[in-house]
Structures are given as C-alpha cells and as structure tokens.
Design a protein around this ligand. Structure first.
Ligand code: FES
Ligand SMILES: [Fe+2]
Length: 400
C-alpha cells in the first residue's frame, strides 16, 4: 500500500480574499454579455499584438487583424526608428493599403487611386489632389496608440487611452523586463481557432487542477507524489493582472527525447544568460488575454483573441535569443514548440466540451476552487470593468 501523503500545501490563503461565490455561467456564452466585454474591455485596454523583433529596422512593418474590433492595423518602424500604429485604411475611400502580413518600405501606396502615405502616416502624394476640397494634412492615416514593454508590442484602440502602458502594467512592467522575451530576437509560433469563449479558453491556462487528468501523456513533468495536484507555490495580484509561480518538480518524469532536447535548450539559455532570472517559473497573466511564462527552458507566450461570444483565436509563441546556429539548437527549438503543441492538443477538445455544456444554457452557475483563483480573479476583473464602463455611459448619457 502506498502511504505516501502529499507533503506540499497549497497557498490557499493567498486567494482567500477572492471569496467563494458561484460564478454566473452566462458570462461564458451569452452574446449580449460578450458585447459588453468587447466595448468595456477590448476596445479600450492595452492588447498585446507582437514583438519588436518583428520590426528589426527602420522601414519594417507588420499587419495585425483584431477581429473583435473588425480592425486591421499596420505597425510600422519609421525611418526615425519610432514604432507607430495606424489603421490599415486609406483615408480617401477606406481601401486597405496592404494585404501582406509584413513587409519593408517607407511608403504605403493605396492600390485604388494611388494615394501615397509616408511611414509616419502623412499623406505625401495623391493624383489630381487639387480637385478635393481637402488639405493633405487632413488625410493622415488614423493613428492607434502603441507602446512596448519587455519587447512586447501593445496597442490600445481607445482614441484617448485612460492609462499609459506602463501605468496599466504597474509593478509587472519592470518584472517583465527581466524575462528572456525582453531580449528575444526570434520566435516560433503557431495559431489556432477554437469554438470556445475567450475566458474559457484562457482559464484552461490559469489553473493546474486539470493537469493530472487531461495531461496524462505529457504532464509527467508537473505531477509528483509530493504535490500530486501540481499546486503552485505562490499567487500574486497586481490590479487587473495576476501571477502564479509554478512548483518545481524535483524528479520530473521526462522522456529520453525531452531530456536530450531540453538539455540543449537549457545549455543554450545558460550560455546566453536567459536562464536563472528572478522570474523563472513565474506565470504572468496580463489582463485581459495575454500570458507569458519564463520557465528555465521554455519562455512562451499565449494570447487569446475573442472572435465572438463562443469563438476565439489563440497565438502561441516561443521566444529565443539569437539564431539557431546549429542543427541541435534548431531541432531543440522546434521540439520545444511541438512539445507545447502536444500539451495543447490534449486541452483543445476538453475546452470545446466545456463550451458545449455551457452554451446549452443548462447551468446557472459554475464553480472555481482555490486553485482556480486566477480564473475567479479574471471573472471579477471583467465584471468590475464592464460595470465601470456602464456607469461612465450612464453619466455621459445624463449629459455629464
Ligand atoms: S481609396 Fe485609396 S486612393 Fe482611393
Ligand atoms: Fe492543460
């Protein structure tokens, strides 16, 4: 008989302040609720959309689609080195300026009537322009607020953001700067779409309760008799954002291939000084939809963009410092992304099933236990921000 009793205690006291109330299920499938979230949160909060290594030099740009806003954005590093963001919409009659995902060049030429925009958004030339009752200065591309922290690019669709990015991130801004992602020069990525609400999709990555049951094949590194539910060692909260610190398994059951590849990735990380930082094993969940974890060998991010009340698009990235300068490094990097994908493959179907059960409307409430405290915190933040937005609308409606 196995008398081994788990010796590790969960830090439940750190989430007690969140309470234990049941959570209304409607927030996870109702289109009317989603519309409130969209306006109150996504249309006016800093949203992560990429990394500065995608804009390595002046004249480079990327296009990003934000479906929740029906927006297509151009993020451009200008000749002066500044990063700016614009709507990908010609100010003549709205035509999208570029269809490519990224490119180089210091001008954007509209294919419809050849209006030509500089990399700072100014209209610099337009055929037969004298026949418009306009000045070129009135025709600049619409700007979108953009800022960078730890190499990560954030945009805010509010024409007048309530806070700057650093103020929004609070104390986490400096902590994020210690992560390898701040110095990343390249990344591997994969994206997916899923028939699930953005919070359901995101919450799956905010709790360890399911690890033991859903990740039987790939979860060997996270479960140990001393801590068989994989309780984290610490929860942290900072405004709308949160962290948890992942427990370090002293005897991870890794497959030989994992040992080999993680060894290469780890050695490389030590050489480059990206391993052993103060936030190794800390999982940052930035409101509303971004997370990054800097474990010693995998520093990967995951962003969940809502497409509708019950559909989302996710982007996984593993960031690296330096090029893969050997076959072994290249293999180890590809392997790391594939290993994350294997874990995610186990999650996808269960997330869809959760959504199906919720979308049936059969449940009035769902329930979070203490280890799902980060999920509870996200829900509470969402409600707080939706209510704050509605109060603002009412005050504006009352003419104040
Ligand atoms: S729509 Fe762009 S130049 Fe006419
Ligand atoms: Fe999972």
């Amino acid at each position: 008989m196995n008398l081994h009793k788990p010796v590790y205690e969960a830090p439940d006291d750190q989430v007690a302040w969140l309470g234990t109330d049941p959570i209304p299920a409607r927030a996870y499938y109702d289109p009317a609720w989603y519309e409130r979230e969209r306006k109150a949160i996504f249309m006016r909060t800093w949203i992560e959309i990429g990394h500065v290594c995608e804009l390595p030099e002046p004249g480079t740009w990327i296009r990003r689609e934000l479906e929740f806003a029906e927006a297509s954005l151009l993020i451009v590093r200008g000749k002066d080195g500044e990063i700016r963001a614009f709507h990908n919409a010609c100010t003549h009659r709205g035509t999208q300026l570029v269809e490519e995902e990224s490119g180089r060049g210091t001008n954007f030429l509209c294919p419809y009537h050849m209006w030509n925009f500089a990399d700072d958004g100014r209209l610099v030339a337009a055929p037969d322009f004298e026949r418009f009752a306009l000045t070129k200065a009135e025709c600049a591309l619409p700007r979108v607020a953009v800022d960078v922290c730890a190499g990560l690019i954030f945009v805010n669709l509010d024409p007048h953001p309530r806070q700057g990015l650093r103020e929004f991130l609070g104390a986490y801004a400096d902590e994020l700067e210690t992560l390898p992602v701040a110095r990343a020069t390249t990344f591997h990525e994969y994206t997916y779409e899923i028939e699930a609400n953005w919070k359901i999709t995101y919450d799956n990555f905010q709790e360890n309760y399911h690890l033991r049951f859903v990740h039987g094949l790939t979860g060997g590194a996270t479960v140990h008799p001393d801590n068989n539910f994989g309780y984290p060692t610490r929860y942290g909260f900072n405004g709308p954002h949160r962290t948890q610190t992942i427990w370090s398994n002293p005897e991870p059951s890794l497959k030989p291939m994992q040992v080999f590849n993680f060894g290469i990735a780890a050695r490389k990380g030590v050489e480059q000084g990206v391993i052993g930082g103060p936030n190794d094993r800390t999982y940052f969940a930035l409101f509303p939809n971004f997370f990054i974890i800097g474990t010693p060998i995998q520093h990967f991010s995951h962003v969940v963009y809502p497409l509708s009340a019950t559909r989302s698009r996710g982007v996984f990235r593993v960031y690296w410092v330096g090029e893969d300068d050997s076959a072994a490094t290249r293999y180890a990097r590809e392997y790391t992304l594939c290993a994350i994908r294997d874990v995610h493959t186990e999650d996808v179907n269960i997330i869809r099933r959760a959504q199906k059960g919720l979308s049936s409307g059969a449940l009035k409430h769902i329930h979070f236990m203490s280890m799902e405290g980060l999920c509870r915190h996200l829900y509470q933040q969402v409600v707080e921000q939706v209510e704050a937005w509605e109060t603002e609308q009412q005050l504006e409606g009352a003419g104040r």
